[in-house]
Design a protein around this ligand. Sequence first.
Ligand SMILES: Nc1ncnc2c1ncn2[C@@H]1O[C@H](COP(=O)(O)OP(=O)(O)OP(=O)(O)O)[C@@H](O)[C@H]1O
Ligand SMILES: [Mg+2]
Length: 173
Amino acid sequence: MRQDRLRRAREQAARGSRLVGKKVTLRLGSRIGYVDLVHEMAEDLARWARFPKPAALNIALAVREAFINAIKHGNRMDSSKSVEVQFERRVDRFRVSVRDEGNGFDWRRTADPREEENLFRPGGRGIFFMKHFVDHVAFLNRKGRGTEVVLEKRIQPNTRPLRDGQAIKRRKG
Ligand SMILES: Nc1ncnc2c1ncn2[C@@H]1O[C@H](COP(=O)(O)OP(=O)(O)OP(=O)(O)O)[C@@H](O)[C@H]1O
Ligand SMILES: [Mg+2]
C-alpha cells in the first residue's frame, strides 16, 4: 500500500520534471493580427505551468505589450521581419523572451507615464505595465540583431505543471 503510494508519487514527480526546461518557440512575421494568438498561447502556457488565472492573464498581458512593441517599434511594421517568442518553464520561474530584428533602444530613457507631463499622452505605458504584470523585466540590445525583452514570473515551490494531456480550461468569449 505504502509502496504503491511512493511509486505513484515518484511517477508523478518524474512527469512534472520532464516538463521543466521545455521550451516552446514561435517565430512570426510582424503582423498585428498575430497579437491575439500570442496572448492566448502565453495565457495557456502559463496555466499549464500552474499559475492561477489572474497571474496567467497578467503574464499574457505583459507578453502582449512586448510583442506589440517588437512589431511596432522594433521591426517598424515590416512584415518580412520576424519576432521570436520563446516560452520556458524553469524550475523556479516562467520565462518568456520576445526578440525583434530592430535597431534596439535605450529603455532607461523611456518616459515614466506617471509624470504629470505624460499623464495625457496616449502611449508610453507598455513597459510600465510589463513591470507590474511580471516580477522581472530585462531588455537586451543584441548588437545589430535587435532587442530581446525577457519577462519572468516566479513559480511557487512545489507546483507541478499540468500533466500531459490534461486540459487547460479556456477563457470564455
Ligand atoms: N522593441 C523595441 N524596439 C525599439 N524601441 C522600443 C521597443 N520597445 C519599446 N521601445 C521604445 O520604448 C518606448 C516606450 O514603450 P512603451 O511600450 O512603454 O510605450 P509605447 O509603445 O510608445 O506606447 P503604448 O505601449 O502605451 O501603446 C517606445 O515608444 C519606443 O520608443
Ligand atoms: Mg508599447
